[in-house]
Write a protein that binds this ligand. Sequence first.
Ligand code: NAI
Ligand code: MG
Length: 651
Amino acid sequence: MRSHDDNVGVYEEAGAPIASRTTPRQRTPPTCPRRRRSSTLSTYDISKQDDTVPRTFHTHFPPDHSPSIVYPISSQGSCNAVVTPLVLFIDNEWVDAESGKTFETVSPIDGKVITRVAEGDKYLVSQDRPGKHSDFEIGRGSKIGVEIRARIRTDNDIGIGIQSGTRINIGLKTGTWIGIEGVTETDMERRTEVGIENRADIDTVTDREADIEKAVAAARRAFHRKSEWRQLTASARGRLLHRFADLIERDAEYLSTLETTDNGMLYAMSRLMMQGIAGTVRYAAGLADKVHGDTIPSDFEGFTYTLRQPVGVCGLILPWNGPMSMFVSKVATALAAGCTMVVKPAEQTPLTALALAALLAEAGVPRGVVNVVNGYGPTAGAALTHHPHVAKVSFTGSLEVGKIIQQAAGASNLKRVTLELGGKSPLVICDDADLNVAVPYAAEGVFAHQGQVCVAASRLFVQSKIYDEFVKRAVEYAKNRKVGNPFTEGNQNGPQVDEEMMNKVLGYIEKGKAEGAKLLTGGQRIGTTGYYLEPTVFADVTDNMTIAKEEIFGPVQSILKFETLDEVIDRANDTNYGLAAGIFTTNVQTALQFSNLVEAGIVWVNNYFTFEPRIPFGGFKDSGLGRENGLEGIQQYLETKTVNIAVPKLT
Ligand code: NAI
Ligand code: MG
């Protein structure tokens, strides 16, 4: 088996600049990245969707620059969102993936392909492993949401993966297996013995992926002590981030349109979120020059102080539910700390990360500091988490993959790991609560963004005296909720992100019914185009039901009854998760007792979903590790160094 260093050696000896096809350019303003090739691969016509689609997009992105993502509107006013081939963004250059492969990104609004995105997960071809391999892939697309991926390589390993609602991967090993990284021989034997693993994601990185390799090497060069980036002062980094925020504000409409098209988020929401996104960047900008150590009194004859220094190259793995907000909260904080990074967006929502990367380049962030490689989790994502030159991984996504990532970190180089892994958050409504406030908050808490929110109020505990009245009003609220095209003003819910996630939610609804929960409204898919679900309310849910235990990530409100505060605290904590919690009560003592005792990273009293860049955010228990945002957030991208200087007493 080849060691990590062998792999790296091959790349670095091949010579920096790494990307042989992307010669470094002098940075002349504007520092916009250029696509190397251009041809239109697909056209996505959202004019057919609805008349209310906003018609004032920027005609180019970035305006006046290389039209790597273009969203022109015709003079008639209909929106032809022509998105040209989306390449990778490495070393401030647009580059084609080594693999030459692309994958489709589909709009959940109508299930149509928006464009094809370069897939940065090609098998490493190096001198000792001649490129005698053939990869083929049968992409998404069948109506039942089955994805089949198969790879056959002539160098003795065969891997076949079949993905469905729950993914099944079959790994076969023939002959000698070489170049397996992060998977020990024993692991492999166990796998071949078992033959089939039934889990959402299988971590079968067989070698380092070429594009991740290039991106990490670019980030590593940019982290060199003599690099342009490392020469910048902390306040200069802050100024770059402020420029980035300015550009986000300039392109807010374009960015939110792209987000809604790719993710299905209500346009009203994505547009509103732009303020928060720019605000997060500005908060990080302000933090950049406020990172400092301490001086510590010493019992010895000396002077002791600490430095807080950037941890190094970071791997930032993003989820699809808030692609832009996750991008900025991780990237801007890592930049403020002085790190360099490789970003791996979720395969469902690859577009806005590329757009934001272009803005970072335009803001003047030096080469190699931020690199975006799109691709799948078990390939591009796993290559990043196993990479020996990645010092830290920050991940938001499923618990299952969080565990895989922590293992990869341990198996490789003990990466620092920050994980935000969702939850099963309890929201408690006490007898004394104002129902006019509590009912809508509780509904928004689980229906907003179609329930695809890590802090969704997915276990709603209502006290017995008000239970019947509350349930009646909750059902009414859900029934009145407008679901449809996210661009249409007035709609309150859009589609689920993709067919797989929609089917997953429908599966939970079936389980809820089968296990005896009372379905009072919803429960069905709406139409057959796009992935829309009815807002769903279950009453008489009990703690042991699947819908009360597992993260549904859909518009499903599960109402449970409770009698006393003491009881509800135990029940609220009886979960492996611990991300968020909420309580509605007019009794301050109840609010404080609950807040003190509930096991959650954030507690909302008489409100829900309040977020700010200044507040630390993260989970207890299986909901994650570490905190993002706030003053704690930046600490996750820093190492503390203690310096002790002998200072003999002057006598
Ligand atoms: P996921 O955890 O598989 O995907 C999140 C990210 O991790 C994506 O970028 C993906 O490509 C990457 N990834 C997947 N496997 C990987 C691996 N082996 N190594 C490195 N990176 C990998 O989540 P998925 O499948 O999209 O959603 C499943 C469930 O996860 C949802 O139904 C929801 O319950 C939960 N989730 C929670 C989120 C949160 O905000 N905490 C966000 C997204 C999903
Ligand atoms: Mg997954």
